[in-house]
Design a binder for this molecule. Sequence first.
Ligand SMILES: *Cc1c(COP(=O)(O)O)cnc(C)c1O
Length: 383
Amino acid sequence: MVDTRNWFSEIPSSRLRQLRASCRYGCEIEIENRRYVNFSSNDYLGLANDASVMRAAKDAIDHYGFGSGGSRLISGDHPLLHQLEGAIAAWKGYEAALVVGSGMLMNIGLLPALVSRHETIFSDKLNHASLVDGVRLSGAKSVRYGHGDMQSLARALARSLDKADGDRRIIVSDGVFSMDGDIAELQSLAALAQQYDALLLVDDAHGVGVCGTKGLGAVNLAGLQGGERLIEVGTFGKAFGSYGAYVLGTTAMIEGLRQRMRTLIYSTALPPAITAATLAALPLIQQGDLIARLHANIDYFRQQMAAGSLMLMPSTTAIQPIVFGSDEAALAAAERLKEAGFFVPAIRPPTVPEGSARLRVTLSAAHERGQIEGLIQALNGLA
Ligand SMILES: *Cc1c(COP(=O)(O)O)cnc(C)c1O
């Protein structure tokens, strides 16, 4: 008999995820009346608590009220959204940009808008869930290649060419992988896209504001921005300290997406205050000091950790995972760190592959050297 009380009874209690209400104050986080140094945030530059970003949001509320009141195609469009699209396209070196509500909304709207069942999508196995769901929703033929395995991707592309019936191909990859922190081999991906006449879609949510000395992200670091067979996605919820997402491409591509993307057409536009905050964050990223500070923190953390015995994954980004293997070991480590005053989440399967449960440390420009030293001491105490 149908009963809402046991509908989800198959979820094992050891795998239950918990929502934990918390308040963030700079790089501290308060949970159940206790404060911890936060090493779990995607606010890589500390912009979520930046005074000028907060001021821009408040001023926009005073001018425009809070909610946008509708979808962008009805009455929710706002000059600030167009200003943001122009600014982000110019900064990143593309003809045009389109902004929607979030990265999840972007990817579950973008892929179905781009393709139909006549196309084949080739995706890295560790791509973000939003890309996985976007592929499913698109109804396209789907091929997943092993993480970073360019040879297996090349073979799959060659096979699809053998069956050539005029179908189009799209390669889809994260720029920076969210659970490992490694950067995709974008030059190889672009070369394969060229060789097999495929479109390349890169989601650089964790790369923008982090990679490269100017924070332009992994695609720019690889020198590929603005290419005619390239589409780039990024989000404002991470290094920008705000909320929302953008897609970049040629003018014709962006115009087509405006016509087709259901998550643009059938979803309420971002509130003007959020767009204003994002616009205020951009010059602070461009200015460069915050990125230099973030990279100094990353370098320091890696240098100090190299001396210890814990298994740090090879990452040059703000995401610095430490693999423990079993769920229990990762959870116990997270608990010990919490007792020492540091909040670092344990990430378990199915978010990461079985047997690779880990602590996912994320660093920020806002961390003080002493806070990182404290974390390293606590981590060394675990070994
Ligand atoms: C975080 C993330 C998203 C989702 O973005 P939101 O704005 O949080 O919905 C999409 N893609 C990648 C690669 C991400 O890391």
